[in-house]
Design a binder for this molecule. Structure first.
Ligand SMILES: Cc1ncc(COP(=O)(O)O)c(C=O)c1O
Length: 411
């Protein structure tokens, strides 16, 4: 008898974005003339930068020649990309990493889920609330939770509330936890952690022998160079943190697929007999067994994102999205809405007007302004009463969406 993994039965049926998609399709079917503007799902909209397209194309051409053809590549990624990452993302910030501490992958989504299998099934997990849902659902799949309660929270998972009082950056948990997911700049709230806050997290992790699973998918959106971009800018973090980075939002790779995970060799976990085991070697073992690497053209395209032209062109794209974020943040703020985020992240987190519930505001925003947002409650119960607006869109759509929101809901 092929028993299923019963943990999957604990998951809530509707994942957030399919439910949003269902409601938008139903609305559009009844209102064929409505021009719906999507500021919901966090996906980039600008085309790939020219320097990236050229490198991508050249690599495909190279693969079509006898001398340039390549089969399987190194599972951990090509040296040229690891070196570009080391140089640009770390050395420039005063962090030194060895090449074999960087693992190129096809996405941070899968890495944040997959990384859990190198830790014991009994490890406890902490997440923020609201949270990027992948951390929770993959923890449930891995058997690290009990059943979901009526509020949608899973028994056994530690939820750290991110709210207005703590600026949407929770302090570390008071109780002992083995694995803690931290996302900064944050999806969905757009909040960013300061050096002092991250220092407290690192000190907590070291004191408790916990591992921080640090998701920096939006690091390129940080506007203030004094804010840390990597957890390894904090002393002691190599002993307690794994960092996830993605080219999805920094270089428009959501459809191309390239990311990387840093697993420092200084990071260890405990074996059942108490021996300290290097986590880097475990992740290498996992990747070489289950993953055959990212395609050569994609890695060439990713490396081009770090070339002078690539950096300039992707920098302009980020500036475009951040100007959208500024327009949303300031436009809504000036009209009396309470808004957060949008300063170092492409997301604006707005309090729903008139005390509406998240889904009620979502439905009314769609019906009355023809704008799609993401209900905060979809990211966890503490997101109730908020809605996330994404800055990933054209300037025209963002200004039109803003005008419509102000017209429909402005006082
Ligand atoms: C916080 C966060 N981490 C990871 C990802 C996924 O990144 P990737 O496209 O590399 O899988 C996203 C995508 O929306 C995200 O918001």
């Amino acid at each position: 008898m092929a028993r299923i993994n019963a943990n999957y039965q604990k998951l809530r049926a509707g994942y957030l974005f399919p439910e949003i998609g269902r409601r938008v399709r139903a609305f559009e079917a009844e209102h064929a003339d409505a021009r719906v503007i999507r500021l919901g799902i966090g996906d980039v909209t600008l085309p790939l930068a020219p320097a990236i397209v050229k490198a991508f194309r050249d690599a495909v051409d190279e693969m079509g020649t006898t001398s340039g053809f390549r089969g399987y590549g190194p599972e951990q990624g090509y040296d040229f990309l690891q070196d570009a990452i080391r140089e640009h993302d770390f050395t420039s910030r005063g962090v030194s990493l060895d090449r074999d501490e960087i693992f190129i992958s096809d996405g941070s989504k899968c890495d944040t889920g997959n990384v859990q299998e190198i830790f014991g099934a009994e490890c406890t997990v902490a997440v923020t609330d609201p949270v990027y849902p992948v951390y929770v659902d993959t923890s449930v799949m891995a058997g690290r939770s009990g059943a979901a309660g009526s509020d949608g929270r899973f028994a056994g998972i530690h939820y750290l509330v991110a709210n207005e009082a703590n600026g949407f950056v929770p302090e570390p948990p008071a109780s002992r936890v083995d694995l803690a997911f931290l996302c900064t700049p944050n999806n969905p709230t757009g909040a960013v952690a300061t050096r002092e806050q991250l220092t407290r997290w690192v000190e907590w992790a070291r004191r408790n022998d916990a591992v921080l699973l640090f998701d920096a998918a939006y690091e390129a959106y940080i506007q203030d160079s004094d804010l840390p971009r990597s957890i390894y800018e904090i002393d002691g973090a190599k002993q307690c943190a794994i960092e996830f980075r993605s080219l999805s939002k920094r270089a428009g790779f959501t459809g191309v697929r390239c990311a990387y995970t840093v697993v420092p060799k200084a990071l260890t976990g405990t074996a059942p007999d108490g021996e300290r085991i290097g986590v880097n070697a475990l992740w290498l073992r996992r990747q070489t067994t289950k993953f055959n690497g990212v395609s050569y053209p994609v890695q060439c395209a990713a490396a081009a994102a770090y070339s002078p032209d690539g950096l300039k062109q992707t920098g302009e794209q980020i500036a475009h999205y951040m100007e959208n974020a500024r327009l949303l943040r300031e436009g809504l703020g000036a009209a009396g809405f309470t808004v957060f985020g949008g300063l170092h992240a492409p997301y604006v987190w707005m309090r729903t007007p008139q005390g509406m519930g998240s889904w009620e505001f979502f439905d009314r925003l769609l019906a009355e302004a023809h704008v799609v947002g993401t209900p905060g409650a979809g990211f966890g119960p503490a997101g109730e009463g908020y809605l996330r607006l994404s800055a990933f869109n054209s300037r025209e759509n963002v200004t039109l969406a803003l005008d419509r929101i102000l017209e429909a809901f402005g006082s």
